[in-house]
Design a protein around this ligand. Sequence first.
Ligand code: SIN
Ligand code: FE2
Length: 206
Amino acid sequence: MKCLGSQLHSGFDFHPGYLDRAEQEALLATLQPLIQAAPFFRPTMPKTGKTFSVEMTNLGSLGWVSDREGGYRYQATHPVTGLPWPQIPDMLLTLWRQVANYPILPEACLVNLYRVGAKMGLHVDGDERDPKAPVVSVSLGDQAIFRLGGPQRGGPTTSLKLSSGDVVVLGGASRHFYHGIDRVLSGSSSLIPGGGRINLTMRVVG
Ligand code: SIN
Ligand code: FE2
């Protein structure tokens, strides 16, 4: 575990290189048919309808979606196909058991795809009812500059480079800290065909 400056003792855990290359390839191979069944879609912002630069899909009994009409929410079905989301693979649930330090399994795994130029603004994961369950996030593919702030927008932030196979746990106080992806370093990994970065974020919705 590595503690970061002002985030010290906040419940933030960083596990660099948690998955080795073979494990990353196995995870990607496991994801491929699931993503075929539940293709990436491009969510839109509540009210403005502006599209996200990140493409998304989900695994689990609930998936996180956003659109102009309905806003941010969890739902049991894919917004385009109308089908239930594929199940979260055992490999990911095993990883959750190893790092989450929490007795309940996640219902949701958001799959974010960052192609060239995609990023994610600072935000708090706030659509879940269980305030104690951590968020566990796995990075695959190109490196990304992750920014971690504190509980308030506009407070000090720390930057951290996330590489393929790294795992981040937002637990304790850091569960409700602002975070985002400033940019993805295009071409920094050969893992994902066509390039880019996939981030898997597991959450207990409650
Ligand atoms: C997220 O906050 O949903 C994604 C974070 C990441 O891509 O590492
Ligand atoms: Fe997030």
